[in-house]
Design a protein around this ligand. Structure first.
Ligand code: PLP
Length: 358
């Protein structure tokens, strides 16, 4: 069985096996890792080890803090304006479902201005000549990969001196990034890093200690940074599993290798669609096609898509249904999915097209 569901979590099987092996007795303590105190030396080692691995994998510079928080990426939609608001204005790239939600949340706290011309359908990213950026904005926000629509930035947008904030929930660890270009990077752990319930925030130190006084303590970057992410009970088990996933990524060859695999997997799917004589369509503009969440349509329509999903399920390709807001098919290519699995799916795509061409 190949499970393509984008959530709640994608964890490689090898990692789950390791977690299972020590679930009842962590490192000879006689208790489960779920039970050891978050103030214990053992947990301190777990959380600092997880941070060290993430710093190594993403080459995070010393002037950035790594925070382990709860509240999901959605919590960060509020935390970002609450922590960064100074002049009371921020610019948002709205390229799909998640950045639209983040922008609406920010608009509750500050003057939110969209960078791009308004659009109904998110199938690409308008060119630079159409961007509206304010030099006195507190930050510019974008979602690096829109999970629902399959729209991904291929380059970090240049926002001059205005701090850049990125939601990397669905593509962190799938390609190298230059952290020094960002003010804040955040990501829900669940697509490429660990179980749902942990969110990682990477924040440049000079951005700590600002924001709105009403910012709840549990969302405050400076409070969390001062407390080493232990201001309240952290999601200990999730931090532990994430550490194991990061171990696995390092063993596999790091982010560089994950990036190569993402390219290979994405190319396999897009090529299959582009060479299907119009049977499958990948509707997202070539320059913004996601390498981790591919949106696909069957051009003959919804009935055939239904048939496809049923037959795919029967042969073990589970959860290929597109998000309810866009329909069609979605192929999630997160790090836990392997190249051979995608090769098998491509074979199936070909067979289905041959059997169902009108
Ligand atoms: N941002 C992106 C890009 C996502 O894919 C998701 C969830 O899938 C979210 C934000 C929301 O994350 P959460 O459910 O952790 O709040």
């Amino acid at each position: 069985i190949v499970f393509f569901g984008p959530g709640p979590s994608k964890i490689p099987d090898q990692v789950l096996e390791r977690v299972q092996a020590e679930l009842l007795n962590y490192a000879g303590t006689g208790v489960s890792v779920m039970e050891i105190s978050h103030r214990s030396a053992e947990f301190q080692q777990i959380i600092s080890g997880t941070e060290t691995r993430l710093r190594r994998l993403l080459h995070i510079p010393d002037n950035y803090r790594v925070l382990f928080v709860q509240g999901g990426a959605t919590g960060q939609f509020a935390a970002v304006p609450l922590n960064l608001c100074v002049n009371g204005k921020a610019d948002y790239f709205i390229t799909g479902t998640w950045s639209k939600k983040a922008a609406a949340e920010a608009a509750r706290y500050l003057d939110m201005q969209p960078v791009l011309p308004a659009t109904e359908k998110f199938l690409g990213i308008a060119g630079r000549d159409q961007w509206r950026l304010r030099p006195d904005a507190d930050y510019v926000y974008y979602c690096d990969n829109e999970t629902v629509e399959g729209v991904e930035f291929q380059e970090v947008p240049d926002t001059g001196d205005v701090p850049l904030v990125a939601d990397m929930s669905s593509n962190i660890l799938t390609r190298p990034i230059d952290v020094s270009k960002f003010g804040v990077i955040f990501a829900g752990a669940q697509k490429n890093m660990g179980p749902a319930g942990l969110t990682i925030v990477i924040v440049r130190e000079d951005l700590l200690g600002r924001g709105l006084p009403v910012c709840p303590s549990v969302l405050s970057y400076s409070t969390m940074a001062k407390a080493g992410s232990l201001y309240n009970t952290p999601p200990c088990f999730n931090v532990y599993v994430t550490g194991k996933v990061l171990d696995w990524v390092e063993e596999q060859g790091g982010v560089e290798e994950m990036s190569k695999r993402s390219d290979t997997k994405a190319k396999l799917i897009y090529t299959a669609a582009d060479q299907s004589d119009g049977f499958y369509v990948a509707p997202v503009d070539g320059a913004a096609r996601s390498r981790t969440t591919v949106q696909l349509r069957i051009s003959a329509g919804a009935e055939l898509e239904k048939k496809f999903l049923k037959e795919a399920e029967e042969v073990g390709f589970k959860s290929l249904k597109g998000h309810r807001s866009v329909g069609g098919l979605r192929v999630a290519l997160f790090n836990a999915l392997t190249v051979p699995q995608i090769e098998k799916l491509v074979k199936f795509l070909g067979q289905f097209a041959t059997q169902n061409r009108g």
